[in-house]
Design a protein around this ligand. Sequence first.
Ligand SMILES: [Cu+2]
Length: 134
Amino acid sequence: MKKLFGTLFLSSALVLTACGNETEEAHDEHSDHEHDEVAGLDVELTTPETTEAGEEVEFVAHVTSNDEDVNDADKVVFEVLKDDESLDHIDGEFDENGKYKIKYTFEESGTYEVISHVDANGLHTMPKNEVVVE
Ligand SMILES: [Cu+2]
């Protein structure tokens, strides 16, 4: 058993050495390729937790991919729901630094859900927040 462990350890050391021997150019190309392959999509949705009926509020979706702002998302749509019934679909307006916004006014009190549907990089992400309207 001890012998087997020693052999495995030696093998990984050899692999590491082989990787270090790659030419720098080839290595860079490889990294760029991998970066493209794993482009992710993250959306941070910011809405007020509470507001009042008739008051204008702002919804902001901050769209990022691998920690970089996405300023050319294919689609950002804010959906407002109440009791699982969809009330509104509104296109987000690009502001800056990966942020898409709309202004919205809730007409009646109640508990609502706001979803930001975002399409970018061939991916779809849709975080959801709750807004209580007094
Ligand atoms: Cu969606």
